[in-house]
Design a protein around this ligand. Structure first.
Ligand SMILES: NC(=O)c1ccc[n+]([C@@H]2O[C@H](COP(=O)([O-])OP(=O)(O)OC[C@H]3O[C@@H](n4cnc5c(N)ncnc54)[C@H](O)[C@@H]3O)[C@@H](O)[C@H]2O)c1
Length: 356
């Protein structure tokens, strides 16, 4: 079987995680062409894969013209997701597009329409769906352990954790921690709860602390272009209540900067028969024989981002090669963008926003 030839556009931090996934799948795929507006970054990646100069690009439209390429990983700044995905789909390539799918729901819908028209796969990089913890929770949901899950908390708080560079520049990112971090936990929580349709949102955003100028940073994930003197015109904290058509509600919180003791990534579910905390370790809550019970699984469910990306890339190839149904399809990306649009609108207007 011929290997799937991959073009990767955006050769910064997260491109490395995609590459690790393709490396693990060396029998089925090869990184064949690379592209970055920072050509030196593209050349450095090309060197690692012995990719010749004629397959190193600084413009996605040139890369997707290569007829040999089967599929494209889109790992650019958020403002490039729609342009790069549309270029690849229109050139007849399958696409794995990083989260957030786009800047807004309108762009996301255009991307989905282009995939439908081209008859190509458009998978969204909702990487948290590919974790063990997600699979285990789904298994418990399917076994009706929780009954009706009517409330959930989706938290992704960083005390001092802006990734820097473009992440805090609204023209390049489209927003702050909500579109960057909140998107992960909103999607994961909604997915586990059964992907119900969002109907309304009440949200608020703040930008009091920004990137905490003058406070030393203890590290964490950084953009390839992180540096001093960055623009910070996004929110530093977002919070929202999201209501779904089955009556369930998700409460979300996401921050780059917040006066709290620890970074926090808790995701909690509350159902009529049982509840659970997903991160950092999976714990189940119920009552048995008239006693409140807490259950810990003797099974590795702790979050490991590297394993997640490798699972995600394997699934992308399974979809392309074997026609396996996509676990994080474009239609879910569109729904999540509608939620994010509505939260930002609610924060601007101070009112609840309904979603069509
Ligand atoms: N799934 C996850 O957990 C996860 C984690 C981090 C980042 N991401 C997403 O991955 C994407 C990239 O983030 P990153 O951390 O790698 O950023 P980064 O700043 O480290 O790298 C981005 C790269 O894209 C290049 N680029 C920007 N626009 C381009 C364009 N139009 N064409 C070609 N190259 C372009 C930049 O020059 C840079 O080298 C973002 O959308 C981000 O939200 C996802």
């Amino acid at each position: 079987m011929a290997k799937i030839k991959i073009g990767i556009v955006g050769n910064g931090g997260i491109c490395g995680a995609h590459c690790a996934g393709y490396d693990r799948e060396a029998d089925r795929a090869e990184v064949y062409a690379v592209c970055d507006i920072n050509i030196e970054r593209a050349k450095a990646l090309a060197k690692r894969y012995n990719i010749p100069d004629e397959r190193v690009f600084d413009n996605v439209h040139d890369m997707v013209n290569l007829p040999e390429i089967d599929a494209v990983s889109v790992c650019t700044w958020n403002n490039g997701h729609a342009e790069c995905t549309l270029a690849a789909l229109n050139a007849g390539k399958h696409v794995l597009c990083e989260k957030p799918m786009a800047f807004n729901a309108k762009q996301a819908q255009e991307m989905k329409d282009a995939a439908d028209k081209a008859g190509k796969l458009l998978m969204i990089g909702f990487v948290r769906r590919y974790g063990n913890d997600c699979k285990v929770m789904k298994d418990f949901v399917n076994a009706d352990y929780f009954g009706d899950i009517y409330y959930a908390k989706a938290t992704y708080l960083r005390r001092h954790g802006s990734p820097g560079g473009w992440f805090s520049n609204i023209e390049l990112s489209g927003g702050g921690p909500l579109i960057d971090l909140g998107v992960h936990v909103i999607d994961l929580t909604r997915y586990i709860m059964g992907n119900h349709k969002p109907v309304s949102v009440y949200g608020a955003t703040f930008n009091h602390l920004k990137n905490r100028p003058g406070v030393s940073n203890s590290g964490g994930y950084k953009s390839a272009d992180a540096g001093s003197g960055e623009i910070f015109d996004v929110e530093d904290l977002a919070t929202a209540l999201i209501r779904f058509d089955n009556g369930a509600v998700i409460s979300v919180e996401a921050s780059f900067s917040l006066n709290t003791k620890h970074d926090k990534g808790d995701i909690e579910f509350f159902g009529t028969k049982g509840g659970a905390k997903l991160s950092p370790e999976l714990e189940l809550y119920s009552d048995v024989n008239g006693y409140l019970t807490n259950t810990q699984l003797d099974f590795p469910t702790a979050l490991s981002f590297n394993g997640l990306f490798e699972n995600e890339i394997s699934h992308f190839l399974d979809c392309i090669i074997d026609g396996v149904p996509c676990q994080s399809p474009a239609e879910d990306g569109v729904e999540i963008m509608k939620i994010l649009d509505a939260i930002y609108e609610s924060a601007r207007t101070g009112h609840e926003v309904t979603i069509d």
